[in-house]
Design a protein around this ligand. Structure first.
Ligand SMILES: [Mg+2]
Length: 289
């Protein structure tokens, strides 16, 4: 067997309270769907105020390479914002909870805002003015109302936004997150991103690994579970989750991403030397996957 590394495996807790399990040490056969805020990087008071740990874009690129491109960043942010934070890499990026999708090296595909969302836009702007500290983030095909700056406004904000929904006749859905409620096309959603990408190369034929921290990620978790993959929730705020595994924080998730990327590079280097060498067929015991 090719030794992957002599590093100890990274363990994740199980959501049902059972014993912790070792996460895979190799990215072989896996496809990754990773949320950004609260999962790969810590959440900041404003969406643009986030800190990107040095080396993260390179670690993601390495894991992307190790999976032949089967790695997608799946975020509520617009892709233009993901590019600002992670750099305009060749990673597959899904923005606005699937309202935008950009495959590696291709042009972005965007869902257009439902007409009803256009009607709500000025209404939401007027309402955000009424609650000091709330912030309206206009993403084009989706609009988010952040109330992190005024947590006391939560009930008012949620009730008002929910009351607007019937006006959209089912074309707009509300998605709650951490101190944010977002209005988006009803056909968007992170679970649909996983389904779509898993049906096409380079994702098809691999097992999905979904990682996230928030209610918007639960749909990804359910699809990954359905497909026999892994679902990993980062952080523990006490809310129930469909993720089967938990990691305590963004640091532990980045450590796994980093380890997988390096293991993938080691595997590729091993495969290359095996092709150059002549007598490597006996090195792998029978029955080893
Ligand atoms: Mg998140």
């Amino acid at each position: 067997m090719i030794p992957l590394s002599d590093e100890p495996p990274i363990h994740a807790a199980t959501s049902d309270g059972g014993a912790s399990v070792a996460l895979p040490a190799s990215p072989a056969g896996l496809a990754f769907f990773i949320d950004l805020d609260g999962t790969l990087i810590d959440i900041a008071p404003t969406p643009e105020g986030v800190f990107v740990p040095p080396g993260l874009p390179e670690q993601l690129a390495a894991l992307g390479l190790a999976t032949e491109g089967a790695l997608a960043i799946v975020s509520g942010r617009a892709i233009v914002s993901l590019d600002r934070i992670l750099g305009p890499s060749r990673l597959v990026k899904a923005g606005l909870h699937g309202g935008e999708l950009r495959r590696s090296g291709q042009a972005m595909e965007a869902m257009t805002a439902p007409p009803a969302l256009e009607l709500l836009r000025p209404l939401l702007a007027a309402l955000a003015n009424r609650w000091p500290g709330t912030l309206l983030e206009d993403k084009g095909a989706a609009i988010a109302v952040h109330y992190r700056g005024n947590p006391a406004a939560e009930d008012d904000v949620l009730a008002t936004v929910e009351a607007m929904l019937p006006l959209t006749e089912g074309t707009v859905a509300a998605q709650r997150g951490k101190m944010v409620i977002e209005l988006k096309p009803a056909s968007a959603g992170k679970g649909n991103v996983v389904r779509r990408l898993m049906a096409e190369p380079p994702f098809a034929g691999r097992l999905p690994v979904a990682m996230g921290d928030d209610v918007t990620d639960e749909a990804m978790f359910r699809v990954a579970n359905e497909m026999g993959g892994l679902s990993i929730r980062v952080g523990d705020d006490g809310r129930p989750t469909d993720a089967r595994l938990r990691l305590p924080d963004t640091t532990s998730l980045r450590a796994w991403v980093d380890a997988l990327g390096r293991a993938g590079a080691a595997l590729a280097a091993g495969a290359e030397s095996a092709m150059v060498g002549t007598s490597t067929t006996a090195s792998r015991p029978k029955g080893t996957p």
